[in-house]
Design a protein around this ligand. Structure first.
Ligand SMILES: *Cc1c(COP(=O)(O)O)cnc(C)c1O
Length: 392
């Protein structure tokens, strides 16, 4: 077990389940029933799960991958080359320098046109004899990148002169408020603005058949009218419900509760297990004092790795299938756990920081609620330095 040596040292590691990833993609193919394409979002190091592990697993399961930075897209083209995989469609949704636009065009990476900086890029593309494929971003109510539906036709009139260097393949937008609510009035207004923007663009630029995409995970699960020709699945690819509200609405709307499987587990071997006498203090600030003789385990994982300091006083981890409280403050590279109930000697123990052990579940959502945040942030902040291991 050479691999075992690699990741069971003193540091913590992540286990990424290929089976869960496949299950979650399948869930969305079943919901789509072929009516629209299911694209997958691998931004932010695949939501902290690790681009290098996740990309090869999902590569055969989708027709298009979405990222924010061109660097992620370049990494993916490299993985394809190294593994002799065919090129999959990749769409960069974030901002680009002109050099990056040229490199993306060269590597057949699609881009998003969401502001007027492209006016300067198009002549550069032309003199380089290059051609790019873009999706126009409409801001239908998020207040982020994109053109307003009412002015987009005028704003982009100049594109008429650049048909030789640019193919417009799609129009996209992004919802502002689908997760936190069970009524979708705001989203409905965004759908209407999106349709208006697409019509205006068609009238002005005669785009011909184009892709239209607006929905992320939540809207795909709860707003069938917003699913157009494709959807962009992010958080739910990794087995998470976007929110409790989405879960409730989804059951009503789909008449079924899709079974999403969490993909990631986070584990750590103890650095030391020892006994402290009643009255001993634990951690910075002496915020915790043992009320009895106690067994504690020190784990070499902390806020540097993405374990939130804010969980102080609330969190537990799983040791030998039982909940054991994190005591004292979370440190940069350490947490301390009270293991009095599960150990009786100083043999090293493994802690599950996120994951399951027998019937105990410690979800990223639980960690998020202790840290006053959302599961998106918990997983996205898992250090890119952590060892990640693909499991079946
Ligand atoms: C992050 C993102 C998504 C995916 O959202 P989820 O809620 O994670 O499914 C889709 N589209 C855009 C533009 C995004 O930034």
């Amino acid at each position: 077990m050479e691999d075992q040596l690699n990741y069971s040292g003193s540091a913590s590691w992540l286990e990424i389940s290929a089976k869960a990833l496949k299950n979650n993609v399948e869930v969305f193919h079943k919901i789509a029933k072929g009516r629209y394409s299911v694209g997958l979002v691998l931004k932010g190091n695949a939501y902290g799960h690790g681009t290098e592990l996740v990309f090869p697993v999902v590569h055969p399961l989708t027709d298009c991958i979405y990222v924010i930075t061109p660097q992620d897209a370049f990494t993916m083209r490299q993985i394809e080359a190294d593994r002799k995989l065919p090129r999959k469609r990749i769409l960069v949704m974030g901002p680009l320098t002109s050099d990056e636009v040229l490199k993306c065009s060269h590597l057949e990476i699609e881009m998003v046109l969401g502001d007027l900086s492209w006016i300067e890029v198009l002549p550069i593309l032309r003199s380089a004899g290059s051609r790019s494929i873009v999706h126009i971003h409409l801001d239908t109510g998020l207040g982020r990148e994109g053109f307003n539906s009412e002015t987009v036709a005028r704003d982009l009139e100049f594109l008429k002169d650049f048909g030789d260097v640019m193919t417009i393949r799609g129009v996209m937008s992004h919802f502002a408020n689908t997760e936190d609510v069970t009524e979708q009035d705001y989203a409905t207004s965004q759908v209407a603005a999106f349709k208006a923007g697409v019509s205006a663009l068609q009238a002005e630029l005669s785009l011909g058949p184009i892709e239209e995409h607006l929905s992320a995970s939540a809207a795909t699960l709860v707003i069938p009218a917003a699913n157009f020709s494709r959807v962009r699945i992010g958080i739910s690819l990794y087995g998470f419900w976007p929110s409790p509200e989405t879960r409730i609405s989804s059951k009503l709307i789909l008449n079924d509760l899709p079974k999403l499987d969490p993909v990631l587990s986070w584990k750590c071997m103890s650095q030391i297990v020892k006994k402290l006498k009643k009255g001993s203090f634990v951690g910075y600030g002496c915020t915790f004092r043992c009320s009895q003789d106690s067994w504690i385990a020190v784990f070499p994982v902390g806020y540097y790795d993405g374990y939130p300091r804010l969980v102080f006083g609330k969190a537990h981890v799983l040791v030998r299938g039982r909940r054991c409280p994190v005591i004292g403050r979370v440190m940069m590279n350490h947490i301390i756990v009270d293991v009095t109930n599960v150990v009786s000697d100083s043999t090293p123990v493994e802690a599950i920081l996120i994951g399951n052990d027998s019937d105990e579940i410690l979800s990223a959502e639980m960690l998020a609620s202790w840290a006053d945040t959302i599961q998106y942030e918990i997983v996205a902040r898992l250090g890119s330095h952590l060892k990640r291991k693909l499991v079946s």
